[in-house]
Design a protein around this ligand. Structure first.
Ligand SMILES: [Zn+2]
Length: 299
């Protein structure tokens, strides 16, 4: 991926090495964005990483990031504020986020939507405090609707590469674009509708609804990929990297890896096949209207 050619976003805040409180707690403490359900669901809304995977102590010790991905400095931050960490992973995050801003701004205009308010992206290490509560890096990247922010520990990309077998910069970009997809759902009101409907459903139906929400975010990630490709920002092998990542974080793959068997009723993100298929749909069409995972009989 030629991310060096992408415009850098100014909406990235680097809190790596600052601990959970750094810049996180605002006046009045935690803010609940969309009611208890979203909060209760946040662990499973998180991108891909199945909490089951983390609880049993089966997770590996943190692996050092491969060259070009991890922060190059892990020491204490510069006194008095966010360190201006210059590293490839952070720079790439700024580039990918900036590109999603340009793409979604244009898409909102073409769809007759009011202006696109870009999300914030907080890079953190270890633990982070958000409007959705305190989160540890173990839960993986996530989007918090309450503060319109994507939270991401760049060390996750090393995990994606080694543990999930999905290396590459476009695999990392897919992760960011998926979380940005949740932001688009938040801005368009899809999440609010989803939140209202959930309260009326039993657990199995709730899981199915959540799968639809996740698959739509995958499709939206694909929509961004379509425009990156159109502007010749992708290189040979990138699409495959993204598809591999989408499959690797499918619920069936996750469950297989963590517990050795698959429980389709417990799926909250969709199977590998579903995630790849919806990501592909966005990639092929570049049209967010094709991402209506809620009205098809079987997503
Ligand atoms: Zn997600």
């Amino acid at each position: 991926m030629r991310w060096q050619d992408m415009r850098r976003s100014r909406n990235v805040e680097d809190r790596r090495g600052m601990g959970p409180v750094g810049g996180g707690l605002r006046g009045g403490g935690m803010k609940v964005g969309l009611g208890g359900l979203i909060i209760a669901l946040i662990a499973s809304l998180l991108f891909g990483v199945n909490p089951l995977d983390m609880i049993g102590g089966t997770g590996p010790a943190p692996t050092p990031a491969p060259p070009g991905y991890g922060p190059q400095t892990t020491g204490a931050p510069a006194p008095g504020g966010a360190p201006a960490q210059q590293d490839a992973a952070g720079d790439m995050m700024r580039a990918v986020l900036g590109d999603t801003e340009d793409v979604w701004k244009a898409l909102f205009e073409s769809l007759g939507q009011r202006g696109y308010p870009p999300p914030k992206l907080v890079l953190f290490s270890g633990r982070v405090s958000s409007a959705c509560g305190l989160a540890s890096a173990a839960v993986g990247p996530f989007y918090c609707p309450g503060d319109g922010t994507v939270y991401l520990d760049t060390a996750f990309f090393a995990q994606l590469a080694r543990r999930f077998g999905a290396p590459g910069d476009f695999a990392a970009a897919y992760v960011v674009a998926h979380e940005v997809g949740h932001h688009v759902q938040n801005v368009l009101g899809t999440m609010q509708q989803f939140d209202r409907q959930l309260s009326r459903l039993d657990e199995r139906s709730r899981n199915q609804m959540q799968v639809r929400l996740e698959l739509q975010a995958d499709c939206y990630a694909g929509v961004w990929g379509y425009f990156a490709q159109k502007r010749k920002l992708l290189e040979p092998g990138d699409i495959e990297e993204g598809l591999r990542a989408a499959a690797a974080v499918g619920d069936d793959m996750m469950m297989q890896r963590s517990q050795g068997y698959v429980v389709p009723d417990a799926f909250t993100h969709g199977s590998a096949e579903q995630r790849v298929r919806w990501f592909r749909k966005g990639l092929a069409t570049g049209d967010p209207r094709q991402c209506d995972t809620f009205s098809v009989a079987q997503p």
